[in-house]
Ligand binder design. Structure first.
Ligand code: NI
Length: 399
């Protein structure tokens, strides 16, 4: 084991009581997206206390901290998200949320506590850092807007971030493990909207109407052939229409003028997103026409896929094994992450899943569940993974 890795491991152990104190505090003060004021103040106070410079990029919530090491070198970004959800906590937690109807049901408190832990470790090891570290505590991940805002406010500049790492907890993999996945990890998340216009009238006299509901039904059926007939069987995608609106109340005998439908598309490649967009546009237009309706379709690119940079795979693997955690290689998720917004400008990045599952402690429920609970033993591992990624990445980037 390298000298650096053994020092990181020793500090993980030594500072763990501090990590847990901060985790429990953050768990108790959940705040909604873009309203993370108390959380922001708490993070700033902690970072300043370790001599980390707070950079004001012009955002009321979220924090950027900069730690300058002993010598010139690359700047490594470490990112955590800080917002909570409007979920009433039902987990058996000894330090429950103090805000009624709100909780860290996606476990972003584990990310913050891990990143603060890494800041504490790295500040104590400042003399050994050949470069700098930018701590990015971004707001509003849950609404897919926080990373976009931070990138727009130039959080990846001054100094320019040369590589970036992020973590999300995972109740799917056991505590003590960290997912180190090469290539695609999380899917793109896009929004689709259909409008099918016909001519409403009496439901009992259909010959006088142009029924948009029949056209919409045909569009729904045809949309389901895109994944099976157009997307390569080796590739994958999801097309889900989740919301269909037409008619008023429980009326049963009036054909409406219009049908609106909303849905989501998931994929791992930009070319697949484009293929789905093209096919949905064609299907909407031609089927609407065939049924005498007017169809329009809007495809909104919301989040790109989170794809881990192959050049950082060895770096990430070494970081995880270096701190004594077990790397695992799970299947990718069709969930999305706005970490991908940090990668859009070409910064190489790597995203980990931090294992939080522990049956004995009832830490088994999925994200966004009112019973979600992370095994707090994950915090030291998260802190170590972030901290060790800095040292390994600086070595990789020097080559
Ligand atoms: Ni989350």
């Amino acid at each position: 084991m390298s000298e650096i890795a053994s020092e990181v491991q020793q500090l993980m152990k030594e500072f763990e009581p501090d990590f847990l104190e901060r985790f429990r505090h953050l768990h108790q003060i959940p705040e909604m997206s873009f309203e993370e004021y108390k959380t922001t103040a708490y993070i700033k106070e902690k970072l300043s206390g370790w001599g980390i410079e707070i950079q004001d990029i012009g955002s009321e919530t979220g924090v950027i901290g900069l730690l300058t090491g002993a010598s010139e070198g690359p700047c490594i970004g470490l990112r955590a998200d800080i917002d909570a959800l409007p979920v009433k906590e039902e987990a058996s937690c000894p330090y429950p949320s103090k805000t009624e109807g709100m909780m860290h049901a996606c476990g972003h408190d584990t990310h913050m506590a891990s990143l603060l832990g890494a800041a504490q470790i790295l500040a104590a090891m400042r003399e050994k850092i050949k470069g700098s570290v930018k701590f990015i505590f971004q707001p509003a991940e849950e609404v897919n807007l926080g990373a976009k805002k931070f990138v727009k406010l130039h959080c990846l500049e001054n100094p320019k971030v040369d590589a970036i790492f992020g973590i999300h907890n995972s109740p799917e993999i056991p505590v003590g493990t960290v997912a180190v996945k090469n290539g695609p990890l999380m899917a793109s998340v896009d929004r689709i909207t259909f409008t099918i216009k016909g001519k409403g009238g009496h439901g009992g006299i259909p010959q006088r109407n142009v029924d948009p509901i029949v056209a919409a039904a045909a569009i729904i059926q045809a949309a389901q052939t895109i994944v099976s007939r157009n997307v390569s069987p080796i590739d994958s995608a999801v097309v889900s229409i989740c919301n269909v609106r037409a008619g008023e109340g429980t009326t049963n005998n009036v054909t409406p003028d219009e049908v609106k439908m909303y849905g989501t598309v998931r994929a791992y490649k930009e070319e697949t997103q484009k293929l789905v967009e093209r096919r949905l546009t064609e299907i909407t237009k031609s089927i609407s026409e065939a049924y005498g309706c007017e169809g329009s379709f809007v495809y909104l690119y919301e989040l790109a896929a989170t794809v881990n940079n192959p050049k950082l795979y060895d770096t990430a693997y070494k970081a995880v094994t270096g701190i004594g955690a077990t790397p695992v290689d799970p299947a990718p998720s069709t969930g999305g992450e706005d970490f991908s917004d940090f990668l859009k400008g070409g910064v190489p990045g790597f995203f980990y899943w931090l294992g939080t599952r522990n049956e004995e402690k009832d830490c088994v429920y999925s994200w966004h569940s009112p019973r979600f609970k992370a095994d707090e033993d994950c915090i030291a591992i998260g802190a170590g993974t972030y901290a060790m990624s800095v040292f390994e990445a600086i070595e990789t980037l020097k080559k």
